[in-house]
Ligand binder design. Structure first.
Ligand code: NAP
Length: 464
């Protein structure tokens, strides 16, 4: 597969990059392995100083980097700038907090003492998606580089300029060669990298197929892995919700990033008492969106990330319609150049239909009517995915009760699922395993080593 920029607004090709040869990959692994041997002993404060510099450089170069995101995957320019902001905040967060997260943890013991020491493990390979090209990398790179690991990233093939820009920023920030390495390789090289004994941990953010293939390689090699995969998140509106607020949140939660977020509000599950009013208000908002060039500030509907993505989404929409769902709005490709799909609202979706089971990665709102709380929870949990979700009610205790029953890794109340450096991010079921961000994220790829010190000299220890 070519590693090339294709602007999805025009579908015209841009910069192209050569895939690394076998020899080049080997030399990059040697360099990362060598870097690890001194990076692990570099004081945390010095490691964090590099991350703080990365955070600052992202801010300094925000406009230029945002343009790259928009050119390569079509994100609206204001959202591209937001992505640089949150990426910068993640590097800053670990720069400020890693030292305390990595403090030894004292254990309570009857005699002597014991503690857990968090030690790095080596090279971590990250396989990253195009939908948030800077932010996804930050979630893996920042905590691990702070912890003393080194990072090699195989980024999505459609965002090579973003991939290269991140490596360049690490170099400019003063990271020693090999601490952060960009790998221009295709997916087929991943199992060869996973087999390499010098690579100690594997992390993938992306689709189920890519995730299961990485997990298979990790399993075969008995290596720790973290998977951040897709979702079909429920957005539950109870009968006592503030409807205008819920509509606003539904719009933001579904349309952000042109619907191409893993935690987008993909299934609106609405109590029948308020469903018609909710649907009407939401349709009104969607109907008025301005279509255009994502690099222009007032555009609200831009292209999807690629022609392939638009074709795939359109196929899922057509299948769902043929299977009997109703189309309230949109429902097809736009009659214009570029990877555009009409913002779409589907209703009357039933089990067995494509939209019921699959993740629709684009601006498609699926609305389900339910009778009461219990039915809402049952429908929300009838999914192979388990990433995020949100619940809307004026009664927060009631919303919490519902949230506790939802089988996902994250549930937000009265706001759509979102991300912030201090909030752990991750899913269960086919949405993956492990967590990124917060203190949990820094503890995924470290050796939680027990150090036990006897109460008195010699061999005294408690016997069972
Ligand atoms: P994708 O096609 O799975 O690609 C993700 C990465 O995996 C890319 O670097 C891709 O490389 C690589 N890849 C593809 N097939 C592979 C294989 N068989 N073995 C190893 N690597 C492989 O996913 P995407 O379309 O870029 O991203 C969208 C998906 O990511 C959605 O399902 C979304 O929900 C999920 N996502 C999840 C999270 C989360 O935190 N849970 C966050 C963001 C996105 P190439 O580009 O070279 O094919």
């Amino acid at each position: 597969m070519a590693i090339q920029t294709i602007n999805p607004y025009t579908n015209l090709p841009g910069k192209e990059f050569d895939e690394l040869t076998e020899e080049q990959i080997e030399s990059k692994i040697i360099s990362a392995d060598t870097a690890y041997k001194s990076w692990r002993d570099t004081p945390v404060k010095e490691r964090c100083a590099i991350l703080a510099k990365v955070a600052q450089l992202l801010q300094d170069k925000k406009d230029k980097l945002a343009k790259l995101i928009t050119e390569e995957m079509g994100k609206l320019i204001s959202e591209s700038r937001d992505e640089i902001d949150i990426s910068s905040a993640i590097y800053k967060y670990y720069a400020d907090n890693a030292e305390s997260f990595l403090q030894d943890r004292q254990l309570e013991v009857e005699k002597g003492s014991a503690y857990i020491k968090y030690s790095p493990i080596g090279i971590i390979l990250g396989v990253e998606p195009w939908n948030y090209p800077f932010y996804q990398v930050a979630r893996l790179a920042a905590p691990n580089i702070a912890a003393g690991n080194v990072i090699m990233i195989k980024h999505a093939s459609i965002v090579p300029q973003c991939a290269q820009a991140i490596e360049d920023i690490f170099k400019e920030a003063g990271a020693p060669e090999g601490v952060y390495t960009n790998l221009f390789v295709s997916g087929k090289n991943i199992s060869r990298l996973a087999d390499d004994k010098r690579i100690k941990g594997l992390s993938l953010t992306g689709s189920e197929d890519a995730g299961s293939s990485l997990a298979e390689a990790a399993g075969k090699n008995l290596k720790k892995s973290v998977l951040e995969l897709g979702g079909n998140d429920p957005f539950i509106v109870l009968d006592d919700a503030d409807l205008d607020h819920a509509v606003k949140m539904a719009f933001a939660g579904r349309m952000k990033n042109m619907g191409q977020s893993c935690t987008a509000a993909k299934r609106m599950i609405v109590d029948e008492k308020v469903a018609d009013a909710f649907t009407e208000k939401l349709a009104e908002k969607v109907r008025n969106m301005r279509v255009g060039d994502p690099s222009e500030e007032d555009t609200e509907i831009g292209p999807l990330s690629s022609e392939d993505a638009a074709k795939k989404l359109n196929k899922q929409i057509q299948e769902t319609i043929e299977q009997g769902a109703k189309v309230l709005l949109g429902g097809k490709r736009m009659d214009r150049a570029g990877a555009f799909v009409e913002p779409t609202i589907l209703t009357d979706i039933k089990p067995g239909m494509t939209a019921y089971h699959e993740e629709l990665f684009g601006p498609v709102i699926s609305i389900y009517k339910v009778k009461g709380e219990e039915e809402a929870v049952k429908l929300a949990n009838d999914s192979d995915f388990g990433l995020g979700g949100s619940v809307y009610s004026k009664d927060v205790a009631r919303a919490e009760r519902v949230a506790h029953q939802i089988e996902t890794g994250m549930v937000f109340i009265n706001e759509p699922t979102s991300s912030s450096p201090e909030l752990p991010f991750g899913g269960i079921k086919r949405s993956g395993y492990g967590r990124e961000l917060s203190d949990l994220g820094i503890h995924e790829f470290v050796n939680k080593k027990l150090i036990r010190i006897s109460g008195k000299g010699g061999s005294e220890r408690k016997t069972e």
